[in-house]
Write a protein that binds this ligand. Structure first.
Ligand code: E4P
Length: 224
């Protein structure tokens, strides 16, 4: 499974990229707003850090606007993936951009039918928002399962990109289901590394090693 980091914060991207597990980046207008910089400023810096798909979202909501924004973003670098919202005008824009060879990530997918339409018009990625579905009492991961089954039946190029990830359990369930990508905030990526028994185990290995070294040193000193 591929791991993307879901942020527009350059420090977070640098930190996660240094772990060697980051295959790509997703941003959205809220994350860009939080960074205090423009999308383009962020994009150019991110492209220098991560050599993989970087999703950049359009702001327009009419097909024509989304297409011109998408073309402009895609021109910045071949790794830029144009993120388009799952509305009918967005599906139409996705078809036009995909036909031109531009990679599109269709975002804000909350039901399988939306994913099917996005896949049909040539989206490269389908982004179901699992955490936001859980928040309203639905089963977010169920849509991931459904999208994987739908894609298994056809030759659509789309990959399932699990978004709005809130917990390591979302990531593991996504991997068990065979999702192509999980995009995670840095807090979730950090959690994936951790288990208290790992910390405790390492602590005792290092303490035992230090004790043995000291004993060896003491024996050496006594023998001179
Ligand atoms: C995905 O591309 C979105 O940026 C993101 O996963 C949204 O997550 P949120 O529901 O935590 O805002």
């Amino acid at each position: 499974m591929k791991f993307f980091i879901d942020t527009a914060n350059i420090e977070e991207i640098r930190e996660a990229a240094a772990w060697g597990i980051v295959d790509g980046v997703t941003t959205n207008p809220s994350l860009v707003a939080k960074s205090g910089r423009t999308l383009e400023e962020n994009l150019r810096e991110i492209l220098d850090i991560v050599d993989g798909p970087i999703s950049a979202e359009v702001i327009g909501t009419e097909t024509g606007e989304m297409v011109s924004e998408g073309r402009r973003l895609a021109k910045i670098h071949p790794n830029v993936v144009v993120k388009i919202p799952m509305i009918s005008a967005g599906v139409a824009a996705t078809k036009i951009l995909a036909d031109e060879g531009i990679n599109v990530n269709v975002t804000l997918i909350f039901q399988p039918a939306q994913g099917l339409l996005a896949a049909k018009v040539g989206a490269a990625y389908l982004s179901p928002f699992v955490g936001r579905l859980d928040d309203v009492g639905e089963d977010g991961m169920a849509i991931v399962q459904s999208l994987i089954e739908i894609l298994d039946n056809y030759d659509y190029r789309a990959e399932v990109l699990v978004a709005s990830v809130r917990t390591p359990a979302h990531v593991i369930t996504a991997a068990e289901m065979g999702a192509d990508v999980a995009t995670c905030p840095i807090a979730v990526l950090r959690q994936l590394f951790r288990h208290p028994l790992t910390d405790r185990g390492l602590e005792s290995f290092l303490a035992d090693h230090a004790k043995a070294e000291k004993a060896r040193e003491d024996t050496k000193l006594r023998s001179v």
